[in-house]
Structure formats: structure tokens, C-alpha cells
Design a protein around this ligand. Structure first.
Ligand code: GTP
Ligand code: MG
Length: 218
């Protein structure tokens, strides 16, 4: 599913090992005043409302309900931090953006929090920008990617819900997303197509995270 950066068996294994650890909820905060100390590396999951951020975290850690997922857009309303016993890494589930149905003041507050967090968090190793495989890159995704470019935060596109399109359609979607990403200097060029439902791409995403954590040297 990920054509450009193949992982060795050892790297896939390292990714699996990282995610057999007992990941647990550490903290949730609706604002920037209560973030946990930036004392470990961090990987954040951003994306439009309902794109599958919480489900993807659950698929990575192999737990059904660590992050709360729901068919109702706007489910995740805080920055939720998950960590492991050796305290080496945070995974961060974020409120979705682009949720038009929510009351305007709420949308504004969420946007401020997620923009402030993404642009100002020194220990962020990478942001995964989740893109629904059925819909491709939307204007709101472009806005977030522009913010990440200007903040010089490393980010990478991850396709979600790959099980909802045909195997034949997937390469076309990947090509379109790859093309959109070439305009963004801070974007890592590889795209990982995932299905939290069927498990596709999860090992690659685990290996990507394990590699980033190892490279960060913590
Ligand atoms: P917000 O917190 O509201 O921003 O949403 P989210 O991005 O966290 O999405 P969430 O994980 O809650 O998933 C939204 C819906 O999509 C749920 O009904 C999930 O079951 C469904 N979903 C998520 N990932 C997949 C997937 O890979 N395949 C399929 N078929 N459905 C998925
Ligand atoms: Mg969520």
C-alpha cells in the first residue's frame, strides 16, 4: 500500500512491538493551558471531522475504545494524549476540523486550539494529516497544511477508510493526494493508505512511528 518507503521486516517488527505495549490515556484538554509538559516526543493525528482519527489510534494500539470514535462528527472535543509505561512517546488525538454543523463559537474555539497546538508544540515529531480515501484533499486540509508549512512542522498524509473504495480506485486517489502534497514544503512525500476496519496499512504506520521515535533518540 505504501510504494515509496518499504520497511524491513525488523522495522515492521519494531512497529508491532511498540504497539503491543499497554498504551493508556494520559490527559485530555480543551485548551492550550493544560497541555502535558513537552517532556517526550509526540505524534499528532489531525484531519477533518469524522475522517477516522480516533479509530486509527485504536487500530494502532489494538484497543477498541482507547480513543472514543463515533459515527457522529465532532465526537472528539479535546486534545487527548495517550502514552506508554516507559513514557517515551505521546500519541495525540485531535478534534476534527471543517465540521460545518457545529455552532460557530465552538468551531472558532476548536480551530484556535488546534492551530495553536500544531504551530507551537516543540516536541511534535510529526503530524499525520488524515485524508478520507473517498474524498481526497479538501480546502480545509490545504489550510491546515499551509499552517504546518509555515510552522515548519513535519507532516505526512495518511489515507483512511481505504476499505470503502475499490483496489482499482486506490492508486488514483494516492496519485491525486501525492500531487497535492508536492506543493507543500514541510510535507513528507510518502502516503500511507490505511483501513482501521480491515487493518490495511496499520503495520506500515506502526513502523513509521517506531522509526520516528528511534530517530528522535528518546
Ligand atoms: P471526530 O472526532 O468527530 O473528528 O472524528 P474522527 O476523525 O475521530 O473519526 P472516528 O474515528 O470517530 O470515525 C468516524 C466514523 O468513521 C466511525 O463511524 C468509524 O467507525 C468510521 N471509520 C473510521 N475508520 C474507518 C475505516 O477505516 N473504515 C471504515 N469502513 N469506517 C471507518
Ligand atoms: Mg475523534
Amino acid at each position: 500500500m505504501n510504494l515509496e518507503s518499504a520497511f524491513s521486516n525488523d522495522e515492521i517488527e519494531a512497529g508491532r512491538r511498540l504497539f503491543t505495549l499497554p498504551w493508556a490515556f494520559a490527559r485530555g484538554t480543551p485548551d492550550l493551558d493544560h497541555l502535558p509538559p513537552a517532556d517526550r516526543s509526540e505524534i499528532a493525528f489531525a484531519g477533518r471531522s469524522n475522517v477516522g482519527k480516533s479509530s486509527l489510534i485504536n487500530a494502532l494500539v489494538g484497543q477498541h475504545n482507547l480513543a472514543r470514535a463515533s459515527n457522529t462528527p465532532g465526537r472528539t472535543q479535546e486534545l487527548n494524549f495517550f502514552t506508554v509505561p516507559d513514557a517515551s512517546l505521546y500519541l495525540v488525538d485531535m478534534p476534527g476540523y471543517g465540521y460545518a454543523e457545529a455552532p460557530k463559537p465552538i468551531v472558532k474555539a476548536w480551530n484556535e486550539v488546534l492551530r495553536g497546538y500544531l504551530a507551537g508544540r516543540a516536541n511534535l515529531l510529526r503530524v499525520f494529516v488524515l485524508i478520507d480515501a473517498r474524498h481526497g484533499v479538501k480546502d480545509v486540509d490545504e489550510e491546515i497544511m499551509a499552517l504546518l508549512d509555515s510552522a515548519a512542522v513535519s507532516y505526512q498524509a495518511v489515507l483512511t477508510k481505504a476499505d470503502k473504495i475499490t483496489d482499482k480506485a486506490l492508486p488514483h486517489v494516492e496519485r491525486g493526494v501525492r500531487e497535492a502534497m508536492t506543493k507543500h514544503p514541510a510535507a513528507f512525500p510518502d502516503i500511507i493508505a490505511t483501513s482501521s476496519e480491515k487493518g490495511g496499512g496499520i503495520d506500515q504506520l506502526r513502523a513509521t512511528i517506531a522509526r520516528l521515535a528511534a530517530e528522535s533518540g528518546r
